[in-house]
Design a binder for this molecule. Structure first.
Ligand code: C5P
Length: 217
């Protein structure tokens, strides 16, 4: 039987680090659905398409292919790089991700990827929409201040000049967009287990989740 693990939560809650580590330890695939929203958001923005124009989005996406192979993402056959990791790409992901056409387009691809394998998938709507049948559903949270601090340290360690206040503002704005949208908002699945990582180390969170996986998979 395939073991499906859904990890949802707001930006900066530690989902990515934790999900990658769990996939590595279990030797199974890892899917970063946020990366897919970033790819599409950035692409639509670069094409000059308005986030509110469903018709234009539909027309543009009808010529777009997104693939996932060996942990890498491809847009129209070309491997995607770090250009999707900017704060702007995160904002485009949220804006375009609020459009139902974008969600339908990506949800279909994500469901297909997750159907055929054991996987750790992370995002905002994995436990509720993409893998409602997952054996393990985790809702990972942390306070906005802790999340902004983590992002700040991460970017600083990469040599990037950033302002903590600006990052906190961006996190609060993205939370608002992600929780208030009508379609697939960031909500905890009824059967998800909530973990607050504000005062926990990565290893603490990983261990907690591995224990739950041992019981259920
Ligand atoms: O996870 P990450 O911060 O890279 O995601 C970027 C944005 O993509 C999120 O703020 C959210 O608006 C959107 N997203 C989404 N549904 C997902 C994953 C990400 O709407 N499953």
């Amino acid at each position: 039987m395939h073991c499906k693990i859904a990890i949802d939560g707001p930006a900066g809650s530690g989902k990515t680090t934790v999900a990658k580590e769990i996939a590595k330890r279990l030797g199974i695939d890892y899917l970063d659905t946020g990366a897919m929203y970033r790819i599409v958001g950035l692409y639509l923005h670069n094409c000059g398409v308005s986030p509110d124009s469903t018709e234009e989005i539909e027309k543009t996406l009808s010529t777009v292919s997104i693939e996932y192979k060996d942990g890498k993402y491809y847009l129209n056959g070309k491997q995607v790089g770090d250009e999707i990791r900017t704060a702007e790409a995160g904002i485009y992901a949220s804006r375009y991700g609020a459009n139902p056409v974008v969600r339908k387009f990506l949800t279909k691809i994500q469901k297909e990827i997750c159907a055929t394998r054991s996987i750790v998938a992370e995002g905002r709507d994995i436990g509720t929409v993409v893998m409602p049948d997952a054996q393990v559903k985790i809702f990972l949270i942390a306070s906005p201040e802790v999340r902004a601090k983590r992002r700040y340290e991460e970017l600083k360690s990469k040599g990037l000049e950033v302002s903590y206040d600006e990052l906190l503002k961006q996190i609060i704005e993205r939370d608002k967009l992600d929780s208030s949208r009508e379609i697939a908002p960031l909500v905890k699945a009824e059967d998800a287990i909530e973990i607050d990582s504000s005062n926990l180390s990565v290893e603490d969170v990983v261990q907690k989740i591995l224990e739950i996986i041992k019981e259920r998979c």
